[in-house]
Design a protein around this ligand. Structure first.
Ligand SMILES: O=C(O)C1=C[C@@H](OP(=O)(O)O)[C@@H](O)[C@H](O)C1
Ligand SMILES: C=C(OP(=O)(O)O)C(=O)O
Length: 470
């Protein structure tokens, strides 16, 4: 898998990579690896648990390997099975005390840079955090402000409020009056600040009352995922009202074995391919009920004009469908006939990470779309709004940045043309370009291996999907 601490990977395929054109309607089944968000939450919660936890179906990619290396630096054991690297046993440090006087490398992983610093509250010394140079531009300050309110000391080694920095644990944790410590954090630039603080809060004596102070709050499903996972580990976290969370002090213990759902956001380029190329794309093990924001995909793809079924049953709103029980997972099938309807306005604030895939489909639609509620994408792996506009214009279609999103104006297919696409070290800009390449001849993608951030073998999976056609 290479050295995940290296900022860039050695490309195992041609660079730029000629994206394959779809020459016939698809008839493909695609196995999607484990969810990045669930994998990294389970790793953190296992590290905070009293007993060892065995995780099945763990995503093995740059972001999860960075997480395991971060935990190892803090004294956690992460042991993969010899015959299956996606099964990993996590053993917490003795007495739950993390090893300090060490360094953690975050790469460009939001989940590592926002979920690991709160663990230092329970460490026996300071921990220095660093990452890719591009990570220095990602928002960090609200999380660190939250840690300061819990008694930690923060020292910045570069620009104030950014990586790299050192977190020193407080001498004493907990409130002076036996009541939950009140902290206030502006999480409008990333839901991960709330998630990171909640994940650690159960271990704080007296608990925590966390209030979000910003006007907008992106990615609420990801915060609900955090809450559900903490509660599954024996925690007690509630959201008495939107933007306020109460975490009671609890010993955490994930079940002895947990299984990770497939990454539904990473399914988006593959399912979207059914609309762009026409035909059927099937994804097995699709959970009918999920906290992943990718659970919203079937209804979005339906709006674009796709026909959706789950285990052969017509889909309306899978999350509301009573015929599937909570644990049901089946094969999701997306069918397209080659036409794509423009969406008009679509609020993606709940699911910002799928915006690049939705933008690719919208670029090939028969009418305009406005993707809104995603101003915070300017602080993702790259400024995704600027990157999407630049790349959409590069192939001959039109797009414009809005205050809180992007407006896309498609053009006729014969006005679209090939180009060498930039990816900006952003996995989702690479998959976005591959989606356009299904219909636009001559698309080449720079540094396509940046997809390893969350998909171990994107080019292999993409090529295999295209080999299955009618
Ligand atoms: O908690 C998580 O696992 C994530 C939360 C979201 O972050 P933002 O709220 O910063 O968009 C999402 O975009 C990211 O890919 C994963
Ligand atoms: C925003 C994303 O990642 P991160 O976890 O690094 O924030 C993403 O995967 O789209």
């Amino acid at each position: 898998m290479g050295d995940m601490n290296e900022p860039n990977h050695t490309a195992a395929v041609a660079d730029p990579w000629p994206a394959p054109l779809a020459t016939a309607p698809l008839d493909a089944s695609v196995i999607i690896p484990g969810s990045k968000s669930l994998s990294n939450r389970y790793l953190i919660l296992a590290a905070l648990s009293a007993d060892p936890v065995r995780i099945h179906g763990l995503l093995r990619s740059r972001d999860t390997d960075l997480m395991m290396n971060a935990l190892r630096a803090l004294g956690v054991t992460c042991q993969e099975d010899a015959d299956d690297p996606t099964t990993v046993t996590v053993t917490p440090p003795p007495a739950g005390v993390f090893t300090g006087d060490t360094e953690v490398y975050c790469g460009l992983a939001g989940t590592v840079m926002r979920f690991v610093p709160p663990l230092v509250l329970f460490a026996d010394g300071p921990v220095r955090f660093d990452g890719d140079e591009q990570a220095y531009a990602r928002p960090m300050e609200p999380l660190l402000f939250g840690l300061k309110q819990l008694g930690a000391h923060i020292e910045y080694h570069g620009q104030e409020g950014c990586l790299p920095f050192t977190v020193t644990p407080p001498k004493r944790l907990g409130s002076a009056d036996g009541k939950p410590i009140k902290i206030r954090v502006d999480s409008s630039s990333s839901s991960q600040f709330v998630s990171g603080l909640l994940l650690a809060a159960s271990r704080i004596p007296d608990g925590v009352l966390l209030r979000h102070t910003g006007r907008t709050l992106p990615s609420l499903p990801h915060i609900r995922m955090t809450m559900e996972d903490i509660n599954a580990a024996g925690g007690d976290v509630t959201m008495p009202e939107r933007g306020r969370w109460l975490v009671q002090p609890r010993e955490l213990n994930l079940p002895a074995t947990v299984t990770v759902e497939p990454d539904l956001s990473n399914a988006a380029p593959f399912l979207g391919a059914a609309l762009i190329a026409g035909g059927d794309v099937r994804v097995p093990n699709w959970p009918a009920h999920t906290t992943q924001p990718g659970g919203l995909l079937p209804s979005m793809l339906h709006k674009f004009g796709a026909t959706i079924t789950l285990d052969g049953e017509p889909f309306d709103e899978i999350n509301d469908c009573e015929m599937f029980n909570d644990d049901f997972s089946g094969t999701l099938c997306v069918t397209g006939d080659g036409t794509i309807r423009g969406l008009g306005e679509l609020d993606l604030s709940a699911a910002g990470e799928i915006a690049p895939s939705i933008a690719a489909i919208a670029t090939l639609a028969d009418g305009p779309s406005e993707l809104v509620g995603i101003g915070h994408l300017r602080g993702h792996e790259t400024n995704r709004l600027e990157a999407l506009v630049t790349q959409i214009e590069r192939v001959g279609a039109h797009a414009e940045e809005l205050d809180n999103g992007i407006a896309i104006e498609p053009v006729a297919d014969d006005e679209l043309h090939g180009a060498v696409m930039e990816t900006y070290a952003d996995h989702r800009m690479a998959t976005f370009a591959a989606m356009l390449g299904l219909r636009i001849p001559g698309i080449e993608i720079k540094d396509v291996q940046t997809t390893r951030k969350t998909i171990p073998d994107f080019t292999g999976m993409w090529t295999a999907m295209l080999a299955q056609h009618r």
